[in-house]
Design a binder for this molecule. Structure first.
Ligand code: ADP
Ligand code: ZN
Ligand code: MG
Length: 493
């Protein structure tokens, strides 16, 4: 058995309106090269200026990852040539990144990942993204809309050991930055991308020769790529061979990593401090704005939902995945409590409706879970329905229909239920009249039930209660109808 070491470098696009060092819009999907200017095109003699919003967002992520923000943080030039980077250097951070020495705890399932495991964060640094190359046959086209867009890189220490742990790290981080509202977390579109570093070694021997898998654009590929590498490197060591230090790519069609370039020694980027940007020394007002942007993080919220509402870990995790859904849940439970339900009862009823009916409706309408914030079934409307159902004012089947009608007609559930006559009939005298009607039509069945064995009797009773429901278009309270039918059948012979 070998020991394995995994460290991740995750790049996230910050949701700033403009690029990190110029005023061009950071928007995607527009005409190529629509958002460029002399600064992001690297013309000689132009001056970059720091987008303070990018700095604030970066520091918010850093603080949420328990990093320290240094008193002075600055930028360096990282020199290398690539056609998608017109300046021939990237402005990045090297010696004094904006976030330093933090950690994130993985909350695992205990099966493929430990229940709790701390991953140290080495640093978070702010930099600019490069443009995009589009290869068309023998020609390559360049789109610089992405060049200069704010990118935050989060670098972990090599504390993870399996593909599953790395996948969980990415998922938790993605959820965190979405909660903070600083990144949309869309991995397919490249708003969040990861490079995964992995080495194995004989136990107790420390880190091995590392291989970097670049540009993984799904958390599943992170898991698959890493587990493939751990196995591949194990075969090499088993055979007494050495692992070559190199950069590889995940080939999703062949389910394997393939070499991209060897990286014998650390590349020399000739970093030096960016002379056109001043050192950034955060003042009290800046730090206060960072603190003000912090929110209750997903893992904290999950724990609170379990303690406060009595939700299972699984449901708490499901509901807290999207901040909008967790907010909706809390609002709806609050409303139901205001209308007199006990908190954990309200929570479990709201949870059931959310997970089954409302998620179902959203997906049928082709809406993402986050669209729950603007849906016609508002938290107040859901709360009213749940309260009516808890008080036995509407049957389970009709409650579901009511939600569909609220969605279709944009009315309150009380109105729908009244208009459709779905309010449950609970007046014993009214039900007695209907039971009497059934007795007149089905007398022989009552006779048979009285003389029948218990099993047959139950079947016949259910049949008769069904007849009562039929006569009331499903409105009669089945419990009350059942008692009355039993009484009319009388004691067994
Ligand atoms: P580089 O200089 O090659 O960029 P860094 O020290 O900056 O390397 O580390 C980059 C990432 O690789 C970090 O996430 C780090 O945890 C991870 N890493 C570094 N060395 C190893 C190793 N021997 N095995 C696995 N991961 C490693
Ligand atoms: Zn620009
Ligand atoms: Mg590095």
């Amino acid at each position: 058995m070998y020991q394995s070491f995994i460290g991740l470098e995750v790049h996230i696009h910050l949701l700033t309106r403009t690029k990190v060092f110029c005023n061009c819009a950071s928007s995607f999907g527009d005409e190529p090269n629509a958002h460029v200017c002399p600064v992001c095109m690297g013309y000689p003699g132009v001056l970059p200026s720091l987008n303070i919003e990018a700095m604030r967002m970066g520091c918010t992520v850093a603080r949420s990852l328990n990093c320290t923000i240094p008193d002075r943080t600055w930028f360096e030039r990282k020199q290398y040539f690539y056609p998608d980077m017109p300046k021939n250097y990237q402005i990045s951070q090297f010696a004094s990144p904006l976030g330093q020495k933090g950690c994130m705890d993985l909350e695992g399932n205990g099966k493929t990942t430990p229940l709790k495991k701390r991953v140290r964060i080495k640093e978070c640094h702010l930099e600019e993204d490069a443009g995009k190359m589009i290869h068309l046959g023998r020609a390559s086209l360049l789109d610089y809309n992405r060049a200069g867009v704010s990118l935050l890189e989060i670098v972990t220490e090599p504390d993870m050991e399996t593909g599953e742990e790395a996948e969980l790290f990415i998922r938790q981080l993605r959820r965190m930055v979405r909660y903070l509202g600083v990144c949309d977390g869309n991995m397919e579109e490249g708003s969040l991308r990861a490079d995964a570093n992995v080495s194995i070694n004989f136990p107790g021997k420390g880190l091995g020769k590392k291989v970097e898998i670049k540009n993984l654009n799904s958390s599943r590929f992170v898991r698959l790529g890493l587990n493939y590498e751990i196995a591949r490197q194990g075969v090499l060591l088993d055979a007494g061979k050495e692992v070559i230090q190199e950069t590889r790519l995940w080939n999703e069609n062949r389910d394997q990593t393939e070499p991209m370039r060897t990286k014998e020694n650390a590349q020399d980027y000739r970093y030096f401090p960016e002379p056109d940007l001043p050192v950034f020394a955060p003042d009290a007002a800046f730090l206060a704005s960072v603190e003000a942007s912090l929110v209750e993080l997903p893992q904290e919220r999950i724990s609170r939902f379990m303690a406060e509402y009595g939700l299972s870990a699984e449901y708490a995790d499901l509901i807290c995945d999207e901040k909008a859904e967790a907010d909706y849940f809390e609002e709806a439970v609050g409303q139901a409590v205001k209308q007199g339900l006990e908190k954990s009862d309200a929570a479990s009823r709201i949870n059931n409706r959310l997970v089954s009916d409302i998620r179902h409706i959203l997906s049928r309408e082709g809406l993402p879970v986050s669209a729950i914030a603007g849906v016609r079934i508002t938290p107040r409307r859901l709360a009213s329905l749940v309260v009516l159902s808890a008080r036995g004012k509407v049957s389970g089947k009709n409650a579901k229909q009511t939600l569909e009608a609220v969605m279709a007609e944009d009315k309150d559930p009380e109105d729908i239920i009244r208009e459709r006559g779905w309010d449950l009939l609970t007046d014993p005298r009214q039900i007695a009249r209907e039971v009497q009607g059934v007795y007149e039509a089905e007398g022989p069945i009552f006779e048979e039930a009285r003389g029948a064995n218990p099993k047959r009797r139950r079947t016949l009773t259910a049949y008769l209660v069904g007849k009562v429901l039929e006569r009331t278009a499903g409105r009669a309270d089945p419990g009350i109808a059942g008692e009355q039918v039993e009484r009319l059948i009388g004691t067994p012979l």
